[in-house]
Ligand binder design. Structure first.
Ligand code: ZN
Length: 108
């Protein structure tokens, strides 16, 4: 059993697991509670594990390719730049998490 991917949220973890299984690699999603430093709340982490260590390299390569392409599309493509406050926003957000400004229409 080897951890191949740390996901930002459950949806991503299950997406990655589905990808691996569609390529014949058995995988499981596990939630972990990581305790932070002094006075910090525990952080919820979800990770994808391959059950067969021999498939780790295959899984790792699949996930890298997947994250570069498909996941970027699912999350709405490249990140964008808030014109109001100048914050860099990840592609999946439709509004600025810093100041709440709406995502500007894409140039194309
Ligand atoms: Zn902003």
């Amino acid at each position: 059993m080897k951890r191949v991917h740390n996901a930002r949220h459950m949806t991503e973890a299950h997406l990655v697991r589905g990808l691996l299984e569609s390529h014949g690699i058995d995988a499981v999603v596990r939630g972990d509670l990581l305790t932070g430093g002094w006075g910090e709340l525990p952080v919820d982490v979800c990770a994808v594990w391959v059950t067969d260590d021999a498939r780790y390299a295959d899984a790792d390569r699949l996930i890298r390719d997947f994250l570069k392409g498909a996941l970027a599309r699912i999350h709405g493509g490249a990140g964008w730049h808030c014109s109001r406050c100048g914050e860099d926003i990840e592609g999946q957000f439709t509004a600025c998490w810093q100041c709440g400004a709406e995502r500007p229409p894409s140039p194309e």
